[in-house]
Write a protein that binds this ligand. Structure first.
Ligand SMILES: O=C(O)CCC(=O)C(=O)O
Ligand SMILES: [Fe+2]
Length: 371
């Protein structure tokens, strides 16, 4: 089978050195980074007591990114996620672009208090912006850091989340939410990775072609509005229970008429007894172990994998060695998040408070991407 294209871009060490120098010359960082190591409950308290909009280091990093990201890179990736562009891009940079070191691994799942906003943060932010969307994060998940550390966290190694150490099954991020509140795409940047760990991904065009070969009926069944999943566990730090989403289709057509996928191997609720549904879900699992469909990358230091969260699924092998990736979400239309009663990102730009009540309401309002 011919796989749909993934764009690969490599910058020379010289191009990387120039970018890094420009970022440093911008000299926008104050070095105050106490906000980014806060846990979500601490971050919520900070937002609630802020008296007005705050221009913090992350906002300055986003401005620096806009000013310094190489034009050639912007031109190459701007079609990502559109009908003419790829659904996945691998960008290879010189590992020297990374500022993190082994002494500054995340603490309790959050940025090390001594790892300030730095070159790698600006680079990842620049790439997310170059696609044409805005970076964003959910405070209940990431605290006030826009860039989430993906690294095993003591006490959470066993969880099936970005803080776990085991393998992660096939999913899109924040599958329980309607698409207007989910990340549209994300970048995973390798900061530290001492042993090979594979991040897998499968593009929807490849998945559908393989399903079609097995039995053309499967796709039709997966397009029925009858699947449910649970809210993302990372949002329930307050001890609240996961809730069931409203029924949604696993495959549907997005606003531009092309297919999109919504699936999470772990949080999909499997209470179906209809044999055609079970057969379609089994076929999906079969296709997701087909080497003609599954791709993989070792996101080693300096590599950035940009993946659509609408037109691709991703998964990960077991973590080995010391590993620290930076993950940043992007979205072209933040209006649904900005209009939440909790106030959107008015106080901390790109970071959304999202209360438990709002999250539950969101999961109960699954709507088709196309009216
Ligand atoms: O660790 C990886 O390579 C992927 C992690 C992931 O799926 C996530 O953070 O959502
Ligand atoms: Fe993920």
């Amino acid at each position: 089978m011919i796989k749909s294209d993934v764009l690969r871009i490599a910058l020379t060490p010289e191009q990387c050195r120039r970018w890094k120098t420009q970022i440093k010359e911008f000299n926008y960082f104050r070095g105050d980074n106490d906000l980014y190591s806060l846990s979500p409950p601490e971050a919520m308290a900070v937002v609630e007591t802020a008296t007005g909009p705050v221009n913090d280091d992350y906002v300055l990093a986003a401005i620096t990114a806009q000013a310094t990201t190489p034009q050639m890179l912007k031109d190459e990736i701007k079609g990502f996620g559109t009908a003419d562009g790829p659904d996945a891009v691998l960008i290879e940079l010189d590992p020297e672009i990374v500022d993190a070191d082994l002494m500054r691994m995340p603490v309790n799942g959050h940025r090390h208090p001594l790892k300030s906003m730095c070159v790698d943060d600006v680079v990842l932010t620049g790439i997310i912006q170059a696609v044409g969307g805005e970076p964003f994060a959910m405070i209940p998940e990431a605290g006030l850091d826009a860039i989430m550390p993906v690294s095993p966290t003591p006490g959470k190694e066993e969880t099936r989340s970005s803080k776990g150490g085991g393998s992660l099954g096939w999913h899109i991020d924040n599958s329980g939410f309607p698409s207007k509140m989910r990340p549209e795409y994300f970048g995973l940047m390798g900061l530290i990775s001492t042993k090979q760990v594979t991040t897998s991904f499968a593009l929807i065009d490849d998945i559908l072609a393989a399903l079609q070969k097995l039995d053309p009926r499967h796709e039709r069944i997966l397009r029925e509005t009858q699947y449910q999943c649970l809210t993302p566990i990372s949002f329930h730090f307050d001890g609240s229970k996961q809730v069931r989403s409203d029924p949604f289709p696993i495959i549907e057509n997005g606003p531009d008429g092309r297919p999109v996928i919504n699936f999470n191997e772990y949080s999909l609720i499997r209470d179906h007894d209809d044999p055609s549904i079970l057969a379609a879900l089994d076929a999906l699992a079969t296709v997701l172990s087909d080497p003609g469909v599954v791709r993989g990358e070792w996101i080693s230091p300096g590599k950035i994998l940009l993946i659509s969260n609408e037109r691709a699924l991703h998964a990960r092998g077991e973590v080995r060695g010391k590993r620290y990736l930076a993950r940043l979400y992007g979205k072209r239309d933040l209006s649904a998040l900005r209009s939440l009663p909790s106030g959107g990102d008015k106080v901390y730009r790109f970071r959304f408070m999202m209360t438990t009540d709002e999250m539950i309401a969101a999961c109960r309002s699954q709507t088709m991407a196309v009216a």
